[in-house]
Structure formats: structure tokens, C-alpha cells
Design a protein around this ligand. Structure first.
Ligand code: NAP
Length: 380
């Protein structure tokens, strides 16, 4: 009797081919768990890790990831109604998020109003950061900057009302105002802190020289600038260096590059012409998206052996850069909130991050991040 298993030649060839394909795969990280999508995962992820932005009197402890509220009313096409947004913001608090980011210009005003209604009941345990600088008259942005001391004071009072707070926990200058010396801006904030109207402050998209001047007048808690796998200027323009040196925290905005690094955008994606700035950005033309999707392909390849989604890789990469970095991804979906929160658990070897960076460095990104008029406002 022949005890060779009864296996047909076709089945044998198929099995052999599958085994060869598996052997050809890159080595799999020692433990790979299916993390996402995880339809059967009933465990609600908790963001328990904390990070400190700033030091000394400027120190502010927050969850390792924050939440960008902007897209719930502004610049990210269609959004759910107010009730659903409030529910999601409450779920973010329940999941351990303690930093929420808004600004006067988002809407304008509607985003602060939403944040105030949803988040003021939690004011003793969370931080809501907001921003002044873009001029808003009668509820409309003018496109100009106004950081004169009297305007900062007025914006502070108005933000306090919209956010339903007695003190602004974190007040950023949104863009540098070339008409107002940075020392005057910092001095005004110093007075507002002394008066108890503001607790901490920060600046967005400024140069390392401006950071030094401002910090000398009133210690900064955080710098907020664009930083993600497709835009790494702060690594080379001195901004991260000066933050490290002076003990200032760093908050990368648009950490998933406005959704692109999450992998749900392609050249057929259409942005709402009335409520989405992505249609004005050179990197979001259909041609640039089609070309730049090579980046998402690298993230998918990198993530598939590690149980990570592209968004988790993008966020995990930022979190791994320094423990004083706190990204603020925005979302309108509970599934994305939970996916993003899980990025705080990503632990990879330095060599793995290097491999990712090497792969990405081979790709030439098409299109600049901002059109010329918006680029002219940054790095001052
Ligand atoms: N200081 C400044 O000048 C400045 C400028 C821009 C933004 N910001 C701040 O940064 C925050 C975030 O920036 P952002 O909204 O521009 O960019 P982002 O956080 O990089 O991306 C948000 C977009 O990504 C999508 N997304 C979120 N999680 C995802 C996931 N896991 N998979 C796939 N897609 C995902 C969201 O869509 P869904 O709703 O479908 O999840 C949303 O459209 C803002 O809310 C704002 O507070 C500051």
C-alpha cells in the first residue's frame, strides 16, 4: 500500500506556489496582531500615555495624541451634524484624549462654538487650545493678519465666551504678523497670563529666530507647525532644534497630511468647493494625488507585516521622533478616532523606521504643500 498522501498534481503545484510566495515575503515582525481594521475587537482603546509640552511654568501635560476639531465645521468637505460631532468629541474624551485644537478662523467662529458647547463640561480635565491672528470681522475672515495687542485682548475675551471658559488653557498666535513686533505679542500674552485670562501660549509656523525672541519674553509651551511624512521642513529649518534646546513642546498639525496618508483619497476624490482648502493645495490636484499615491503604497507594504494601517504608521512615526511631540489628527469618525489612538502603542525598532524613511526618500513628491500666498505667511 502506498502511504504517500493522495494529493493531485494540481493541488500540489498550488501548494508549492503558495509556499514559495510566503517565502518571498519580507521577514515578519516577531509578533503580528491584527490591529486594524478590527471588526471583532470590542475593546475600546484607551489613550493612557501622557506627554508634557513645555517646561517649568510653561509645562502642560496632555494625552500623547490630541484631536484636531477643525474639520468638524471647516475645510474638510462634508461633516456630520452638530449632534454627531458633539457625540464624537465626548467619545474622544472617554477614550482618554485631553488635548483639543480649534481656532477663531475655523468656520470662522463655528468651530470654537462647537468646541465650547461640547467640551466646556470637561474643562477641569482637558485642554482646549485656540488661536488668534487671522483677522475676522463680522464673522468673516479678511485674509489679513491682526495681532495688535488690543486685538489679541479682544479676541481673547471673545474666545473665552465662545469656548465657555474663564481661562484659555492654550492660546496660539496662528500666523506671524509682520506689522507687530513679536516682543509686543509675547508681552501682551504675558499680561493676559498675569491677569488669569490665559494659562499657556504657543505660536504656529514661525522661524527659530522668532521662537527665541518670543520665548525670552514669555516662555512658550508649544510650537504648532505642519509636520508629517510628506512635509519635514521643521527637521532642517532649526525649529525642532530650538524646541529641543529651549524645552518647548511641538504639535504637528495635519499629521496625516489632511487625510492623504490615511489612504482613503485618490485622484477621483472631489473636495467640496465651498468648504475644503485641499482643492487649493498643489499637492491635492488629481495629477499630484495620482503620483503621490506611491507614498501610500509604501505605507501599505510597510504596515501589512506589522498589523498597522497607513494612518497609524504616519502618527506612530511622529510620536517616535521625540516624547515632546503631540500630533493632533482630526476626524469625524469613531472608527478613525480609535484607529488613530492605537498609534500611541506602535513600538518599532529604530532600524524599521529607517527602512521606512529610506523607502520614502526614493519618491519625489509632486506639488508644494501650500500655494504661494499661503506659503508667504509661514516661516517668519
Ligand atoms: N496651526 C495651523 O496652521 C493648522 C493648520 C491646519 C490644521 N491645524 C490643526 O490640525 C488639525 C488636523 O489637521 P487636518 O484636519 O488638516 O489634517 P489631518 O489630521 O492630517 O487629516 C484629517 C483628515 O484625515 C482623515 N482621517 C483621520 N483619521 C484617518 C484615518 N485613520 N484613516 C484615514 N483617514 C483619516 C479625516 O477624515 P475623516 O473625518 O473621514 O476621518 C480628515 O479628513 C486640525 O483639526 C487643526 O486643529 C492647524
Amino acid at each position: 500500500m502506498n502511504d504517500t498522501p493522495n494529493i493531485s498534481r494540481r493541488v500540489f503545484l498550488k501548494t508549492a506556489a503558495a509556499a514559495a510566495a510566503i517565502a518571498a515575503l519580507p521577514p515578519i515582525a516577531k509578533k503580528t496582531y491584527a490591529r486594524n481594521p478590527a471588526p471583532n475587537d470590542n475593546v475600546c482603546p484607551m489613550l493612557s500615555q501622557k506627554r508634557t509640552l513645555g517646561k517649568g511654568t510653561a509645562a502642560m501635560e496632555v494625552s500623547a495624541l490630541g484631536f484636531g476639531v477643525m474639520g468638524m465645521t471647516y475645510n474638510r468637505s462634508r461633516h456630520p451634524d452638530k449632534k454627531q460631532c458633539i457625540r464624537l468629541l465626548h467619545q474622544a474624551v472617554d477614550h482618554g484624549v485631553t488635548l483639543f485644537d480649534t481656532a477663531i478662523i475655523y468656520g470662522p467662529l463655528s468651530n470654537e462654538l462647537l468646541a465650547g458647547e461640547a467640551l466646556s463640561p470637561f474643562k477641569d480635565k482637558i485642554i482646549v487650545s485656540t488661536k488668534f491672528g487671522h483677522e475676522v470681522i463680522n464673522g468673516k475672515g479678511t485674509g489679513r493678519q491682526d495681532s495688535r495687542p488690543e486685538t489679541i485682548r479682544r479676541y481673547c475675551e471673545e474666545s473665552l465666551k465662545r469656548l465657555r471658559l474663564d481661562t484659555l488653557p492654550m492660546f496660539y498666535q496662528h500666523r506671524f504678523d509682520s506689522q507687530v513686533p513679536v516682543e509686543d505679542v509675547a508681552g501682551t500674552i504675558k499680561d493676559l497670563i498675569r491677569e488669569g485670562k490665559v494659562l499657556h501660549w504657543g505660536m504656529c509656523e514661525v522661524s527659530s529666530e522668532t521662537i527665541r525672541k518670543a520665548h525670552a519674553v514669555q516662555p512658550l509651551t508649544a510650537i504648532q507647525s505642519e509636520y508629517h511624512l510628506m512635509h519635514r521642513d521643521v527637521e532642517t529649518n532649526g525649529v525642532l532644534d530650538v524646541c529641543r534646546e529651549l524645552g518647548i513642546g511641538f504639535v504637528p498639525y495635519s499629521p496625516i497630511n489632511r487625510g492623504f496618508l490615511g489612504g482613503n483619497i485618490n485622484e477621483y476624490t472631489r473636495f467640496d468647493p465651498d468648504n475644503d482648502n485641499r482643492q487649493t493645495l498643489p499637492r491635492f490636484t488629481p495629477e499630484a494625488i495620482r503620483r503621490n499615491l506611491q507614498i501610500v503604497e509604501v505605507l501599505n507594504r510597510f504596515g501589512r507585516t506589522r498589523g498597522l494601517t497607513p494612518a497609524q504608521i504616519a502618527l506612530g512615526w511622529l510620536l517616535n521622533k521625540a516624547d515632546w511631540i503631540v500630533p493632533i489628527p482630526g476626524t469625524t469618525k469613531l472608527a478613525h478616532l480609535e484607529e488613530n489612538i492605537r498609534a500611541a502603542d506602535v513600538r518599532l525598532q529604530p532600524q524599521e523606521w529607517k527602512t521606512l524613511e529610506n523607502e520614502l526618500s526614493k519618491i519625489k513628491i509632486m506639488g508644494s504643500r501650500y500655494p504661494a500666498d499661503q506659503q508667504a505667511l509661514v516661516g517668519k
